[in-house]
Design a protein around this ligand. Structure first.
Ligand SMILES: [Zn+2]
Ligand SMILES: [Zn+2]
Length: 183
């Protein structure tokens, strides 16, 4: 969905959509499972920077919710993760801040993005918001055993024999204890 500045100048636009997988390209990092629900409102905010300069910012306020599949950080198996969040963002015309260090909005600099030409794509905003909200480390289960560093087997499902012959130091201690009890 594209918000045109010319439309927003007339009136704010409300949206309530179900985006099917593929509508937003999340790249390799996350795969969307099922529809992504999103709703909210876009409007123009006129930023008066001087007696003559008026900048038309787009304020986009809304929320999204959907299920995503992410790779487990240890074994790479897909893990389904529900993600939802609210956002309240300001987009300025690209280039407007290029000449001059002064900025009238500085409190929450991270909330400010830029739009190209005369429109803002909701899909672009959602991609960025979802990717920013991805958990740093996703695990399929807290005690995931991960992949064998030697043969690459998933140690949760196929125990490999790479460790054979290597005695676990904990057992070694126990063996020593046992022989001492016997003697
Ligand atoms: Zn795992
Ligand atoms: Zn192995």
């Amino acid at each position: 969905m594209e918000f045109l500045i010319s439309d927003l100048e007339r009136e704010p636009i409300e949206f309530d959509l179900q985006l099917q997988p593929g509508a937003v390209n999340f790249g390799e990092e996350a795969e969307q499972k099922g529809p992504l629900a999103t709703s909210g409102r876009a409007e123009v905010i006129h930023e008066h920077r001087g007696p003559k300069e008026v900048v038309a910012d787009i304020r986009l306020k809304g929320r999204y919710a959907g299920a995503f599949q992410l790779p487990c950080a240890r074994c790479l198996e897909p893990v389904e993760v529900p993600l939802s969040a609210e956002f309240d963002l300001i987009f300025r015309p690209i280039g407007v801040d290029a000449d001059g260090p002064e900025r009238s909005i500085s409190a929450s600099e991270t909330e400010i993005g830029y739009y190209q030409k005369d429109s803002l794509l909701l899909e672009d905003v959602l991609r960025e918001q979802v990717l920013l909200s991805l958990p740093v480390r996703t695990l399929c289960k807290p005690d995931c055993k991960g992949l064998c560093p030697r043969c690459g087997a998933n140690r949760n499902t196929q125990p490999c024999s790479c460790d054979q012959g290597l005695v676990d130091p904990r057992w070694e201690a126990l063996t020593g204890l046992r022989s001492r009890i016997k003697s």
